[in-house]
Design a protein around this ligand. Structure first.
Ligand SMILES: C[S@@+](CC[C@H](N)C(=O)[O-])C[C@H]1O[C@@H](n2cnc3c(N)ncnc32)[C@H](O)[C@@H]1O
Length: 816
């Protein structure tokens, strides 16, 4: 984390994590737990009751009084496990049919006798039976031996990326976002990334093998550790259309280019704006009580109140980064109106008609949801308030007008005009649970009239647990119909500026209407704007100096980090370190010699665009280890980011496509770079050399034994062809074997291929153990078509060869 981050944010994140502890599995109490002095008697650590919770939500009218018992009863039971099939997986249809034809029946025996429920069932509202709901909690899946096979299936497929284990309600927001394959999407608070994964699936859904969608996703999270989770999660998607960044969402960089830059290409963007924004904000999380029952004892009204400001700021940043016509989802896993309807109302209020709440009542009709509330009240320190003017002066720094249905819209509300700034009172986030007990004791002041919002908040959706045996969730779909009014874009400048951190040039497309909005701009921006500089803005600390010193023309090539460093030896060290402390620089890879050697070795056709599509994370391009492929959309975004001085703090970008071979044999091979297994599906249709088609039995042997001598292949001609390949990386496609292979190999979305290493006398697969296991299992049916006789005869042959060899010449190959 950069120096500029405030201690309060750290406190907030720490508490956030603590809140997520799951007491179904852990009864430990943290010393720093803010509610450890909770006077509510807790008989056991698994208590699933909190009187303040009951009182608060009964008063807010989250559900009718008749439903209350059913509501809390379901909240007190563990959450059933759910998962989604990755629609872009080549095995998605197989997995669905395995569930429909195998597990649906075999698991039914495990459902308690007399219970009229299915063991697993597809969610009726999720397209194509791709999302499934089980009747078993995660604990049951772990502990119950007879569920072992299903549990192993879930674990393996999840790890490989064929399924994602995800809460049912959390699957809904991306479906309402209406993402198209050409959209630029921003996921503002993305970790651990289950929704990012869904967004990427939608983006890639209609893309043919070997091509990429026109859109892209930027997935952001404030917490660097959680960013790593996000990277791990999305890596399973093998996408070249993703950038992962690490910013405070409320200060997500604007990447605004000086508009008067006259050398700009006609189609060049001058700001990174988005067609879709997912704003799945940090929240109190009381919708996840079933999954994290520890929250029962921690719950208090201060949590939601304390997060409200941050949620408003993030949502406002989201709408300001939206294109006009673009849509944004605001969502939380909280039931609290202060974190939900109040935030949406404030966004609409500040939007002054430029933001509309979209009516999605006709979409996903089978998803049961409740309309958003139009009236609610605020509870602070045990007292209920119906409008902001009732809030005592001393509490006005924590209870804001925006928390009320009408905001500060009172005739005599001059006292209410407290604006939300950057300085969020995080220390109050977890409040004092004592307050909540007071809330029980103090009768609500019914003589006051409750405010009712004028906005159509009934268009928001609240998913409650007892409607469909899930967690709780809140979703609102917003659309930007015109630029935001200037006032809505005004954000207090941050007091402390770490220039090595994410503060540079917080541009905003709405401010463009008035050229520069002083309240939105850093002092550097204002002076740059005033002198009407036509050059692209560059990094204020590093590149602005560089631009003056080097030949301007060269420096204006935004991708050319080498250009930017070679004429300025004194600046080189800084540039190599990259702009962001602790984060590797993103460098366009343009080494023609290496690129040509790769192209020639694998016979890559000219249609596959290389120019500007390769990046590395190392400024020393003379010894690059990994090369990443980026889509055209990501390329455009990176070029813009270079032009504006690398405002984006990029922790991960693109798809690892080539990796340097480091073994002795690898180093002496004609091409030093192997194709990675994640990059293979993309490049497969474009390679014409070092590629062979193997019969099912030979393919199976490769997966089973990992190394097979050329002489031991069942199809002798295949063995001969393999022996004739150049030493180094090659690709083996599951097909008809050498018998059918005349002319170039035809590949499509269903083609199964693996990377191999051609050594002196054998082929060795370069596939991870899990992927290998998965392929073997999935291919079993197809491989069964080979006659038993053939199979056993040749199995024996290969077995013998392996036994007699003991050690294989190629096993030293790295990357296997
Ligand atoms: C509800 S979770 C997001 C879940 C995620 N969308 C998913 O579907 O997997 C909220 C995330 O917000 C992050 N966060 C908290 N404060 C933030 C901030 N100011 N800016 C960006 N991210 C923040 C947390 O680290 C956390 O990962």
């Amino acid at each position: 984390m950069g120096r500029g981050k405030r201690g309060k944010s750290r406190t907030q994140r720490k508490h956030f994590q603590q809140n997520r502890e799951n007491v179904w599995t852990s009864s430990k109490r943290s010393k720093s737990d803010p509610s450890s002095e909770n006077p509510i008697p807790i008989c056991n650590p698994y208590a699933t009751q909190n009187l303040a919770f009951d009182h608060y939500y009964k008063e807010q009218g989250i559900v009718s009084s008749e439903e209350w018992d059913a509501f809390v009863q379901v909240l007190r039971t563990p959450l059933p496990a759910a998962f989604r099939i990755n629609s872009t997986s080549r095995f998605s249809a197989d997995i669905r049919s395995q569930l429909e034809n195998d597990f649906v029946h075999s698991l039914q025996a495990e459902v308690a006798e007399g219970e009229d429920t299915e063991a697993i069932i597809p969610l009726p509202w999720y397209p194509e039976n791709l999302a499934w709901h089980s009747n078993f909690s995660r604990k049951q899946l772990r502990k119950n031996q007879t569920l072992g096979r299903f549990h192993e299936f879930l674990k393996l497929e999840n790890e490989i990326g064929n399924i994602t284990r995800q809460e049912v309600v959390s699957m809904a927001p991306p479906l309402f976002l209406d993402v198209h394959s050409n959209h630029f999407v921003l996921d503002m608070c993305a970790a651990p990334g289950s929704k990012t994964f869904q967004l990427l699936e939608i983006l890639h859904k209609l893309t043919k093998a070997g091509s990429l969608p026109d859109g892209m996703v930027i997935a952001n999270d404030l917490d660097i550790q959680r960013c790593n989770l996000l990277i791990h999660q999305t890596k399973r998607m093998c996408t070249a259309n993703l950038i992962v960044t690490n910013h405070e969402a409320q200060h997500f960089p604007g990447c605004l280019l000086n508009r008067n830059y006259d050398k700009m290409e006609p189609d060049q963007q001058d700001q990174l704006l988005f067609d879709r924004v997912l704003c799945d904000v940090p929240c109190s999380g009381d919708g996840t009580l079933r999954k994290a029952p520890d929250l029962w004892r921690k719950w208090n009204t201060g949590t939601g109140n304390g997060l409200h400001n941050l949620q408003v700021l993030i949502a406002m940043r989201g709408v300001s980064l939206l294109k006009v016509g673009g849509k944004m989802i605001y969502s939380t896993c909280s039931m609290n109106p202060i974190e939900n309807e109040a935030v949406v109302a404030e966004v609409l209020r500040r939007g002054g008609g430029s933001i509309e709440l979209v009516d999605v009542s006709s979409e996903l009709p089978q998803l049961i949801r409740r309309p958003g509330l139009k009236r609610w009240k605020v509870c602070d320190k045990g007292k209920w308030f119906f409008c902001c003017k009732d809030v005592p002066k001393l509490r006005r720094n924590v209870v804001f007008p925006s928390m009320f249905p009408n905001g500060g819209n009172y005739k005599d509300d001059s006292d209410c005009n407290i604006s939300i700034g950057d300085d969020i009172i995080i220390d109050d986030v977890y409040g004092n649970s004592e307050d909540d007990v007071q809330a029980v004791e103090n009768p609500v002041m019914h003589e006051f009239t409750e405010e009712v919002s004028d906005f159509p908040l009934e268009r928001c959706m609240r998913l409650v647990p007892h409607d469909q045996n899930t967690g709780a969730f809140f979703i609102a779909v917003l659309q930007k119909v015109s630029p935001l009014p200037v006032a809505a874009t005004q954000v207090k400048p941050r007091k402390e500026v770490d220039k090595h951190d994410d503060t540079a040039n917080q541009g905003n497309e709405d401010a463009q209407e008035l050229q520069v909005n002083p309240l939105e701009s850093t002092p550097e921006e204002i002076s740059e704007a005033n002198i009407n500089d036509n050059r692209p803005k560059t990094d204020l600390k590093v590149s602005s100096v560089t631009c003056e010193e080097v030949n301007l023309k060269e420096a204006q090539d935004p991708c050319n980090v080498e250009n930017m460093t070679k004429n300025t030896p004194g600046k080189r060290k800084l540039q190599i370190q990259g702009k962001w402390r602790g984060i590797d620089p993103v460098v366009f890879f343009k080494d023609e010699v290496v690129i040509n050697s790769i192209k020639v070795f694998y016979g890559i056709d000219e249609q596959f665009p290389f120019n500007g599509h390769l990046v590395t994370r190392n400024s020393d391009t003379s010894h690059v280890k990994r090369i990443y492929y980026i889509s055209k959309s990501v390329k455009d975004a990176l070029e813009l980011n270079f032009s504006v001085g690398q405002q984006l703090k990029i922790t991960s970008v693109g798809l690892k496509i080539f990796e340097r071979q480091t073994s002795c044999e690898g180093r002496s091979a004609p091409c030093a770079f192997r194709i990675t297994s994640e990059g293979l599906p993309l490049i497969l249709p474009h390679i014409s050399k070092q590629i062979l088609s193997a019969s099912a039995i030979d393919f199976k042997h490769l997966l089973q034994y990992r190394t097979v001598k050329f002489a031991d292949f069942v199809d002798a001609e295949f063995g001969e062809k393999a022996a004739n390949l150049m030493p180094g990386c090659c690709v083996v496609v599951l097909g008809e074997g050498s018998r059918a292979a005349t002319g170039p190999l035809q590949v499509d979305d269903s083609t199964i291929a693996i990377g191999c290493w051609k050594g002196r006398a054998s082929l060795t697969i370069m596939v991870g153990a899990l992927e290998c296991q998965e392929l073997l299992e999935r291919l079993l049916m197809c491989l069964d078509t080979v006659t038993e006789k053939d199979s056993s005869m040749h199995d024996n042959k290969v077995d013998e060869a392996h036994e007699s060899n003991g050690k294989n010449e190629d096993v030293e190959i790295t990357g296997c």
